[in-house]
Design a protein around this ligand. Structure first.
Ligand SMILES: O=P(O)(O)OC[C@H]1O[C@](O)(CO)[C@@H](O)[C@@H]1O
Length: 537
């Protein structure tokens, strides 16, 4: 048996041996548990004490990471090694947030940092000009920016613009992703085409949704201004295609193919964010991401935030077999974080084959889902507390909000977050439920009513607490999740940087479109019947 197989077997055995032992009992047995099963670093507190992980489990998880050479693989990734073998590419998003003198970081024998920083400076000059009204629309200073992109060319900046809205003092930013015309129609309604900057964000500049929306935006602008092209900017690796679209070279911000879509908000894809919050704040976010990179490389394994978060994920998904994981930011401005993490985690590690082309030995990425609290409490948390499936939860919460006059809101928010995690772990027994209802019901009715109010408890959660959602903290949080996904991918033997699973649907969409015009296509009877219904035949 390989060392890794032995560690998995050890983890399975530890899990089986712990069947029936409750998480709450671990706290009774060890008054220091909260401190011993949490990591404090960079102003953050990652508490995983409300999980069933104990010292032997943690040791076995750390062995698993060591056997997978996580630390060496992380160093190789950040040094520019080809960690995406199916596409023959490096994955160097960390270079986008590295200081210029941090290198050299070489790809094909060339240090990439001078080019990264040259582009960053061009973005900054452009963002400053837009913010100051020097770069103008044909009707005056820009009031609105529309970012057109999808997947990684949308979710990162859209999530971050919302997250950092207290710092936004530039033009208003809007995001259009869906090919559903409703998205662009609703976004452009009410905007002044003569004072709107359209940013077409697409690594490949071929993505159907983005190109369709970009053409619609250009047609909208053409109705009001003489030269729509000059009110466009492009963020792309495809210089020829951006030129063919008519976007002037000085408005094109390129990046290399070693920036994966879902890892791209740190570079040109973040332009809308930079325009919203300003270059200085954007650099603070980069510094936050870079801090996490250094921490990931340098912190010892048992005090390493990304490694710890990843190992809790491995424990829950691959050892305990929980199929989903809920992300619950108690931070309304992180409302798009679950969607962002869905792409990051599921597009990276939702694979059915290892990098070596074999069937994975364990389930791969869990389904990631979530919503901000407290809203979540009034919808799906019913299932999380009392349903028949265990959903490990990841809470995020800040010590401080941004509005001192609303501190009482924040206290309530935090209390709710802590209460959810506590309730999930503690639960409520039948005898507690009976005692609670004894003055209202009796006999069989008491029994019936009490059973409805039983909470199994022992439901695991992890909480990431941080001082305040500043640009730097957002950078740390996003990079933390990026590295957690990397660690999980390495342990599972997955190439986290390709996404072949999105291709088949794209191909079929192209070949089925003619069916909606009444042309004959090859498809199942169901699809042909639906197409006929939808075209009104
Ligand atoms: O930036 P592009 O090339 O338009 O791609 C957008 C998105 O499409 C995908 O390739 C697949 O959906 C994502 O990985 C990517 O973020």
């Amino acid at each position: 048996m390989s060392a890794a197989a032995e560690s998995w077997a050890r983890l399975d055995a530890l899990r089986a041996a712990r069947e029936g032992r409750r998480i709450a009992a671990l706290f009774e047995a060890d008054p220091e548990r909260a401190a011993r099963f949490s990591v404090r670093a960079g102003g953050m507190l990652l508490d995983y004490s409300k999980t069933a992980i104990d010292a032997p489990v943690r040791a076995a998880l750390l062995d698993l990471a060591a056997e997978a050479d996580v630390a060496d693989r992380a160093r190789a990734m950040m040094a520019g090694a080809v960690v995406n073998p199916t596409e023959g590419r490096a994955a160097l998003h960390t270079a986008l947030r590295a200081p210029e003198d941090a290198g050299p970081i070489e790809v094909g024998g060339r240090n990439v940092l001078p080019e990264v920083h040259a582009t960053l400076r061009r973005m900054e000059a452009f963002a400053r000009d837009v913010r100051a009204g020097r770069a103008r629309g044909q009707g005056g200073a820009y009031t609105d920016v529309v970012n057109i992109g999808i997947g990684g060319s949308d979710l990162g900046p859209a999530m971050a613009v919302r997250a950092l809205s207290p710092y936004a003092d530039g033009p208003r930013c809007h995001f259009v992703a869906n090919v559903d015309g409703a998205d662009i129609a609703d976004t452009l309604a009410g905007l002044d085409p003569a004072r709107t900057l359209v940013i077409v964000a697409s690594k490949t500049f071929t993505t159907v949704e983005t190109m369709t929306n970009a053409e619609t935006a250009r047609a909208w602008m053409r109705r009001a201004v003489a030269e729509p092209g000059v009110q466009f900017a492009a963020l792309s690796t495809a210089a020829e295609r951006t030129a063919a679209f008519g976007i002037p070279g000085e408005r094109v911000f390129p990046f290399a193919d070693w920036v994966g879509g879902r890892y791209s908000m740190w570079g040109p894809i973040g332009l809308s964010l930079m325009i919203a919050i300003g270059p200085e704040r954007f650099r603070e976010m980069l510094a936050g991401g870079h801090w996490m990179d250094r921490h990931f490389l340098e912190a010892p394994p048992d005090a390493n935030l990304p490694l710890t978060l990843a190992l809790t994920g491995i424990w829950h998904a691959q050892v305990c077999g929980h199929a989903t994981r809920a992300v619950l930011p108690y931070d309304q401005r992180l409302t798009r974080l679950p969607a962002y993490l869905q792409q990051l985690e599921m597009e990276s590690n939702g694979k059915g084959v290892t990098a070596a082309g074999e069937a994975p030995a364990r389930p791969t990425a869990p389904v990631v889902w979530g919503e901000p609290g407290t809203n979540a409490q009034h919808s799906f948390m019913q299932l999380v507390h009392q349903g028949t499936q265990v959903v490990p939860c990841e809470f995020l919460v800040a010590a401080e909000g941004h509005a001192p006059d609303l501190a009482h809101h924040h206290r309530l928010l935090v209390a709710n977050c802590l209460a959810q995690a506590e309730a999930l772990m503690r639960g409520r027994s039948l005898s507690e439920a009976r005692a609670m209802l004894a003055d209202r019901f009796a006999g069989e009715e008491l029994e019936r009513q009490a059973r409805q109010r039983v909470f199994p408890g022992d439901r695991p959660s992890v909480t990431l607490a941080y001082p305040k959602l500043t640009p730097e903290m957002l950078g740390r949080i996003v990079a933390l999740y990026e590295h957690r996904v990397f660690v999980e991918g390495v342990i599972l033997g997955i190439n986290s940087f390709d996404q072949w699973g999105v291709e088949l649907g794209k191909e079929l969409a192209g070949s089925l479109e003619p069916a909606l015009r009444g042309e004959e296509v090859a498809a199942s009877g169901s699809t042909l019947a639906l197409a006929a219904f939808l075209r009104g035949a």
